[in-house]
Design a protein. Structure first.
Lengths: 516, 183
């Protein structure tokens, strides 16, 4: 961590000359890249290491196995409590006298704005582009399992949050690690919490910041043509600064309204394309099921589809990472389980609904090239991915697929990517800040230092092609999951006790809906 | 032989009859839907800190004087929806912010209004709540078996209100008790 920060500071000092002399930027990027690659490469390799003899990253297996264990341990809570989750979000069980406090709906949408984003648009295109339509099946399976992980971490997040005299709350894995382990008489809670907080800061600056700025800039240049990332980064940094430091609420509230609108619009556009091609939906599902078990000739066959599907779901909904537990813990409720139940909707909306929409549109649009004779997909020259009609991949592939329905959609999509990137940054700035204050204490100055570092990294992320830095920060986010899930295994009996108590009282009629 | 039967009623609504020169006998009394005797007339006044709210309060106070045994509920609603979108930081501070909002509304609007009206000799209570104005006024009217709701006319403030109607319009559409709108 210290090395990470000092390199960041070095970058700060070095980036000033690049403003004056843009031609030096390449060598500067290269320098930072090299320093990072040599010093952090081992960490990235460790996190994304494949299981022996396969190309399956162990971290993905770690997340999926945990999700499966939680699913069984909590008796398929994601299916049993689904209806109750919707009832809670509607406010059926909210005390009218608590009006004005944070509602279940608000906690859910705040957490969602941190996860719905590039993963749903670009990540899915990568998965389907490499793993074929069959990847969708495994993505949905992983999404459904991930709901149980979210339930576990968010219940704990609310149960062990800190409530301060001024009424504000702080919650998240750091708090359930320390307090929960103490309650169970287990050692090492504090150590886990500190490691988790360090990874969270890294993840916030990287995946939650530089990666977002970088991709938003890439998306803008696709439309406008190439220009310096310093401009995009600078603008983003100023706007984020105004929101998180200046407390300019109007910007945040505009984004908060526009982002869900964009999400809904994205789903509606996908639905229209699907309805127009309704006759092909049966075929598309056939492709998804057939591809899930045979691979339909994609790179790596059935295993390739499985890896891609699992990977994308895990990367997209962050179930088990621990970030959501921070966002969900602000809700007003006397029952921690209620927020856990609400949070299980998050992977459902993010992965099962939005990601599946993207995958279906890509499959139906016909942008993936298929051999009519064999019914198998045609691979590109390198044999690494399915050939597409215009050679695009990632977000450009999604764009091309949607353009088959609406020619103007790429512009909307570009706007959506920028806004999603922005809202993800705002969310992660908060997660990072919580980890930061956990390590260094609460206080105006300490908070300001983190916020300034955060804004600075936006510029770095947008301006530089720092592949190694971004790999490192992605690795940080998944390192969070290693620590978090370890803690969840030790604390899951507490969640089970809470769950049984709550649902018991719900069944006995002790907990009832409020009259509206 | 014919007897004179006199029917009489007073306020709170009780109906009497007197047969011939006998005593007044209570025939029946009006009860609220919650089962208690409607001993007082309750007026609900929506305040928003504006002149329109002030006019509504003045009107209600003058009516209360005429009615006699009357209770006025002054209601200030802080516009809030559980379905709005907030940042994580706003969520964290929400509880404290809510307390501030409630205190501010009590200090600035409700307490002065309660003090001013009480000097006129009627029972006055102040209520501050978060939510939708029309919905809350209607709910309180039902809860307290109010005989009417008095509000000031605000006019449509923005595009949304022009299209879908302002608070007053929605209140009129949804209310279960009479509404008096003060221009």
């Amino acid at each position: 961590m210290k090395r990470f920060l000092t390199s960041g500071m070095a970058a700060a000092a070095l980036s000033l000359p690049t403003l004056a002399a843009a031609q030096d930027a390449v060598s500067f990027d290269q320098k930072v890249n090299d320093v990072f690659a040599s010093s952090t490469g081992w960490f990235v390799n460790l996190i994304f290491m494949s299981l022996p003899g396969t190309s399956f990253p162990w971290i993905v297996l770690w997340l999926v196995v945990a999700a499966s264990i939680f699913t069984i341990y909590f008796g398929f809570i994601q299916f049993k409590a689904f209806g109750h989750a919707i009832s809670l979000v509607k406010g059926d069980y909210s005390d009218p006298d608590d009006a004005g406090e944070v509602s279940h709906f608000q906690a859910l949408t705040t957490a969602l704005s941190g996860t719905v984003g590039l993963g749903n648009i670009a990540g899915v295109a990568v998965a389907v582009g490499i793993g074929g339509p069959g990847a969708t099946f495994w993505m949905v399976v992983a999404g459904l399992l991930g709901m149980a992980s979210k339930f576990t971490e968010c219940t704990l997040g609310v149960k062990y949050r800190n409530e301060y005299p001024d009424g504000s709350v702080s919650g998240g894995p750091m708090y359930y690690m320390t307090k929960g382990f103490k309650e169970r008489g287990l050692p090492g809670g504090k150590v886990l919490a500190v490691i988790f907080a360090i990874f969270t800061i890294g993840g916030a600056l990287g995946g939650g910041n530089m990666f977002q700025a970088n991709q938003a800039h890439a998306q803008i240049t696709q439309i406008t043509g190439d220009f310096s990332g310093l401009i995009t980064g600078g603008i983003f940094a100023v706007v984020v600064f105004m929101v998180i430091v200046g407390g300019i609420k109007s910007i945040a509230s505009v984004t908060e309204k526009v982002v869900p609108f964009m999400g809904v619009m994205y789903v509606i556009a996908a639905l229209i394309i699907l309805i127009v091609n309704a006759d092909q939906i049966g075929w598309a599902f056939g492709q998804i099921f057939a591809g899930a078990f045979t691979g339909l000739g994609v790179a790596g066959g059935f295993v390739g589809a499985l890896i891609q599907g699992f990977k994308r779901a895990a990367f997209s909904n962050e179930a088990g990472v621990g970030s959501a537990a921070i966002a969900h813990s602000a809700v007003r409720t006397k029952e921690p389980v209620t927020e856990g139940v609400v949070s299980l909707l998050e992977p459902f909306i993010d992965t099962v609904v939005i990601c599946t929409m993207t995958a279906l549109v890509i499959t139906i649009s016909g942008v993936l090239v298929m051999d009519p004779a064999t019914g198998n997909f045609v691979l590109n020259e390198a044999g690494t991915a399915i050939q597409t009609t215009d050679g695009s991949s990632g977000v450009a592939l999604t764009s091309a697929a949607f353009a088959t329905g609406f020619s103007w959609f790429p512009y909307v999509l570009a706007l959506a990517v920028i806004l999603f990137a922005f809202s993800t940054m705002i969310s992660w700035s908060y997660y990072g800040l919580k980890a930061w204050t956990y390590l260094f204490g609460e206080g105006k100055t300490t908070e300001l230092i983190f916020k300034l570092i955060f804004c600075f990294f936006i510029i770095v992320g947008a301006a530089a092609q720092l592949g190694a830095v971004i790999d490192f920060s992605d690795a940080m986010i998944f390192a969070m999951a290693v620590v978090n899930i370890t803690a969840l295994y030790f604390l899951m009996p507490i969640v089970k006790r809470e769950m049984n108590s709550y649902f018991g009282r719900l069944k006995s009629g002790e907990i009832v809906k409020y009259e509206r | 032989m014919s007897q004179r039967i006199v029917l009489g009623f007073d306020h709170p609504p009780r109906v009497f009859c007197r047969i011939g020169g006998g005593e007044n006998r209570l025939l029946f009394k009006a009860v609220t839907n919650r089962g208690n005797i409607m001993s007082q007339t309750t007026l609900i006044v929506g305040l928003d800190g504006s002149d329109a709210g002030k006019r509504a309060l003045d009107f209600a106070a003058s009516r209360a004087k005429l009615i006699g045994d009357c209770r006025i509920l002054l209601v200030y609603v802080i516009e809030w929806s559980p379905f709005s979108f907030q940042t994580a930081e706003e969520n964290e501070k929400r509880h404290a912010r809510r307390e501030e909002e409630l205190n501010l509304a009590r200090e600035r609007v409700i307490d002065p209004a309660v003090a001013a009206t009480q000097s006129d000799g009627c029972t006055v209570e102040g209520i501050v709540k978060h939510g939708d104005v029309a919905e809350i006024l209607e709910k309180l009217a039902r809860k307290h078996s109010a005989s009417q709701i008095v509000v000031g006319r605000m006019g449509e403030r923005n595009m949304k209100e022009r299209l879908f109607g302002g608070v007053t319009g929605r209140l009129v559409a949804a209310s279960s008790v009479p509404i008096t709108v003060i221009p």
